[in-house]
Design a protein around this ligand. Sequence first.
Ligand code: RIB
Length: 289
Amino acid sequence: MRIYNLGSINIDHVYHLPALPRRGETLPALSYSQGLGGKGANQSVAAARAGAQVIHLGAMGTGDDWVPRRLAAAGVDISAIARLPDIATGHAVILVDAGGENSIILHGGANRALPPGLARRPDFAAGDILLMQNETSLQAETAAAARAAGARVIYSAAPFNIAALREVLPHVSILAVNEVEARDTFAAFGQDLPVEGLLVTRGAEGAEFRDLRSGPTWRQPAFRVQPVDTTGAGDCFTGWFAAGLSRGQDIPTALRHAAAAAALQVTRQGAGDAMPNRAEVLAFLKAHG
Ligand code: RIB
């Protein structure tokens, strides 16, 4: 089963600081690095390294050829990434504090100007998964096309926006949110969400999947690690979880593998570049019982 990902592609500019700056404060950074980011690209890399067949649907500006090369090196099919002249590649300014927590400024750029043809893929099929996040244009139309073809749509409501979620929700199969997004979602739409499943990630508090059709909830505690950078941990979890479903794993196994992958990912610097591969995750699970 394939995973399509209508996903953002960003260049992350990462600044490590002793603490996040307060209003009006100027702080020298301890270090600076550039890396592969964007919730979409991060999820694509995570799912591909988990062993899934991943086709990324997205756009970038011109130049920065290391970005698609890095996606391809991770095993992602990049043939449907458009290169748009006269528009910047999406990018993020990420501030990371000594505890690995972050603040992010985002510029959507090409992610918000996707060519309409991407939503009309003739090749969505029953059993496929479409991953999406709220960092691109064309969300509702692509989700509708995928559902009409019998694919399942996993939507990360991040960055959280009620209007965007309202538009896409009728086409979503599994909604993926963090704890704050879950609270905002319930406040806006009530408890009775029109989706088959809800994936809630809670960082160090673990994650849960609620089957909203038949009722059961599966809980997965987080593995205890010392984080150095939590950027992209939710993307890692969702990408690995989607890969698990596409490989036919049951929910508890997919959750456990995703939790192990996210635990490994936060012990490394960066977002997309820090996603672990299958061998690393299996070794981690073996070492952690
Ligand atoms: O979820 C982390 C990601 O959010 C970063 O890689 C950044 O690019 C933003 O999209």
